[in-house]
Design a protein around this ligand. Structure first.
Ligand code: GTP
Ligand code: MG
Length: 248
């Protein structure tokens, strides 16, 4: 029904960690993932670009030296956050991929829960939600919170889904699903594209609650005005012919 290849079992997860200006946050993210889920992790794909800070690069290099079988540093060719994740999708060797950040806003403590759920539902996308009971936002501005809620409700209706959080860049996907879809976004709206395209293709999406905490290190690479680009992405995908969403 979905037009995407089927995944019948969870084997391992490739964890994608895009990196710009994080140091301690990256180390902590890796430490927590390895303490909580190392048996299920295939690889940690740290994606860097020419704007990645030298001190962040140094932390990534040290991790790759300490964990040569696990950590891979990829220098992206496509620009921006979407470009970083799209290239990591194609590199992933695990049966599943986890899209998250290295700024601790996507709480790494939830990685084992994403994986446990994927073991029960290997063909589904497991999405972290800040709006589900048990999840929340800490340190998010009131204006952004209200705009986020209205956006979530409007696009849930437009896509006929009960999902509560379609813009959070913290999800686990079957690798075959992300490698079969034609991705277009390069900037932050990619985080939304990665749920709406699978939804249109009939892929099941399951949510788990998650707590988002504003980063204490580095800065967001997104701007408030860019959030309006998410509308264009949503409307375009909603009315695109299904077969145009897949790679040929
Ligand atoms: N390699 C790479 N990493 C990036 C790029 N842009 C952002 N990142 C990293 O991706 C993660 C998420 O980026 P943020 O800018 O914090 O995005 P966000 O928290 O989803 O967005 P807001 O909530 O709107 O601030 C962070 O760990 C960033 O360092 C990029 O162009 N290339
Ligand atoms: Mg962030």
């Amino acid at each position: 029904m979905s037009g995407c290849p089927v995944t019948t079992a969870f084997r391992s997860a490739s964890v994608i960690l895009p990196l710009m200006d994080e140091t301690v946050s990256l180390s902590k993210t890796v430490e927590i993932i390895l303490a909580e889920a190392s048996d299920d992790v295939e690889e940690l794909l740290i994606v860097v670009c020419e704007r990645t800070k030298p001190e962040s690069m140094a932390v990534a290099t040290a991790l790759a030296q300490r964990l040569p079988d696990l950590v891979l540093i990829h220098h992206q060719n496509l620009p921006f956050l979407g470009g970083a994740i799209r290239e990591a999708f194609d590199l992933a060797r695990g049966s599943h991929v986890i899209m998250m950040a290295s700024d601790l806003e996507t709480d790494p403590v939830d990685v084992p829960t994403l994986i446990a759920e994927a073991k029960r539902r290997p063909d589904a996308i497991i999405a972290a939600s800040r709006w589900r009971r048990g999840g929340r936002f800490e340190g998010y501005s009131k204006v952004k919170l209200a705009a986020n809620w209205v956006f979530q409700r409007a696009f849930a209706v437009l896509f006929g889904t009960v999902l509560t959080d379609m813009t959070y860049g913290y999800r686990l996907f079957p690798t075959k699903v992300v490698q079969s879809i034609k991705w277009e976004e390069l900037r932050h709206p990619f985080l939304f594209e990665t749920v709406v395209k699978p939804l249109r293709l009939g892929v099941e999406v399951v949510e788990i609650p998650s707590v988002w905490k504003a980063r204490t290190e580095g800065r967001s690479s997104n701007t408030f005005m860019r959030n309006f680009e998410y509308f264009r992405t949503g409307v375009k995908v909603r009315f695109a012919p299904r077969n145009s969403l897949l790679r040929s």
